[in-house]
Design a protein around this ligand. Structure first.
Ligand SMILES: [Zn+2]
Length: 451
């Protein structure tokens, strides 16, 4: 495992959806449980701006990378053949380990392609689908997963990859083009001057890289931590808590370990060609690393303070008559001190919508609620109209600003909802009457028997 002078970069693969396709093709496309090597190297190629065709070009057009490939790509002793010296083979010299920080939830997507409408291809080419009708596909995704990938290899190559990931040429995606990452893929650290630099570290193995102290596991919220029984607390203070995480790492033949151990798995995900897709096998192993528990990723943001009506405040309730000066006319009248009785009196005690006797007051806005309500914030309503208005408001999830029943735009909605309420109430009254009927009849019969 240990390559002297090897360097390591880290990638954080986190998104609402990711999909690491295995060899499945056609209409059912599954996802592996962790990022595949072909998916990850595809992502690196996107960052580099290398097309599918360019990565298979042999020899490599770039002189520096060509020299690097001459040095790194080993002669195949078994077949006695010269290996290819293509960019993809160069990237394949890197080994990868994946720490499963959050395995995610498997999720299926029902997917249709074309419907005889002749969709053009993403590259703008001629329509590919449509002639044979709709293709129905099932695509599997990992929802809400988070992986930490360590990519290890030659220092020059690692530096080149890090630079590309820092400012990618093309849009990066996690396995499928519909899965953009939700945070920058390359793990960086802050320099003393505040700027960010790629985190490139020396590590003897992928295991030491993935258990690195500088890359703790982070819970989503601090609250999640309390419920997580994988966290080892051991009666220690919070900063000493640890967690054991599964990781999958790539096994390579070495002088010390020439034969793969029996628990090694074969993954067919080493890209030999992206177009057409040709994959070669590699051996991976599973293990656990123990890492520090870091700070929570997200902080709960309290909702902004919201003014509420205060129905006990005298500013709202008091019926005491005081002298009020009209702002426009300067006329002095005696009106109730509280905003509620004053509104009712100004509306002549009638519902502003249906002119029935008003018993309630509607807040058109809650912005001054709590005692500072202005008269224009309020409307007198009867019980039925108020219920109708409130129902519409709840249905729409309205915030501080509510429905003005005097606004003609709401007229039809309020009328319809009033009708629904009346209908429901009369049905409910009948239902109750019917429900109680057998008991009443039985009781009357028993009373007759007693007599
Ligand atoms: Zn009314």
């Amino acid at each position: 495992m240990c390559v002297p002078g090897s360097n390591t970069i880290f990638l954080r693969l986190e998104a609402p959806l990711q999909a690491w396709g295995d060899t499945s093709k056609f209409v059912i496309r599954r996802s592996m449980e962790a990022p595949t090597k072909s998916g990850l190297l595809g992502l690196v190629c996107c960052a580099m701006g290398w097309s599918r065709r360019k990565v298979a070009e042999d020899p490599i057009p770039d002189q520096n990378l060509h020299d690097l490939a001459q040095r790194l790509i080993k002669h195949d002793e078994k077949s006695q053949r010269e290996p290819r010296r293509a960019l993809l083979d160069l990237l394949n010299t890197l080994t990868m380990g994946v720490r499963m920080d959050r395995p995610g939830t498997r999720w299926w997507d029902y997917h249709t392609v074309g419907a005889r409408i002749g969709m053009t291809t993403a590259a703008g080419g001629p329509p590919k689908t449509g002639a044979k009708g709709t293709v129905i596909k099932r695509l599997e995704y990992l929802a809400d997963a988070s992986f930490l990938v360590a990519l290890q290899g030659d220092a020059i190559l690692i530096g080149t990859v890090a630079e590309a990931l820092r400012s990618p040429k093309w849009q990066l995606y996690l396995g499928r083009k519909s899965c953009p990452p939700s945070i920058p893929v390359l793990v960086t650290r802050r320099r003393d001057d505040g700027s960010l630099e790629p985190m490139i570290e020396e590590h003897a193995s992928l295991e030491t890289a993935l258990s690195s102290l500088s890359l703790p596991w982070r819970p989503r919220h601090e609250e999640n931590l309390r419920e997580d029984d994988r966290v080892r607390r051991n009666g220690q203070p919070r900063e000493k808590w640890k967690i054991a995480l599964d990781y999958i790492w790539e096994w390579r033949r070495t002088g010390a370990e020439p034969v793969a151990p029996p628990d090694a798995e074969v993954w067919y995900d080493v890209p030999f060609s992206f177009d057409p897709p040709v994959h070669h096998p590699r051996l991976v192993r599973r293990d656990q690393v123990t890492v520090r528990v870091g700070d929570a990723l997200q902080q709960h943001t309290p909702p902004p303070p919201r003014p509420r009506a205060n129905y006990t405040n005298p500013q709202w309730t008091s019926e005491e008559l005081v002298e009020v000066v009209d702002e426009r006319t300067g006329e002095v009248t005696r009106e109730p001190f509280g905003a509620r009785p004053r509104r009712l009196r100004r509306d002549r005690g009638l519902c502003v919508f249906c002119k029935s006797p008003a018993t309630t007051i509607q807040h058109v806005t809650y912005r001054r609620a709590g005692g500072n309500e202005a008269q224009e914030d309020l409307r007198s309503l009867c019980r039925l109209c108020h219920d109708a208005v409130t129902m519409i408001e709840y249905g729409l999830g309205m915030g501080l600003d509510r429905i003005d029943p005097c606004d003609v735009r709401w007229r039809d909605d309020i009328l319809r909802t009033r009708g629904e309420i009346v209908r429901f109430r009369s049905e409910e009254t009948r239902r109750r009457a019917l429900r109680d009927a057998p008991q009443r009849v039985r009781r009357e019969m028993l009373e007759e028997e007693d007599n």
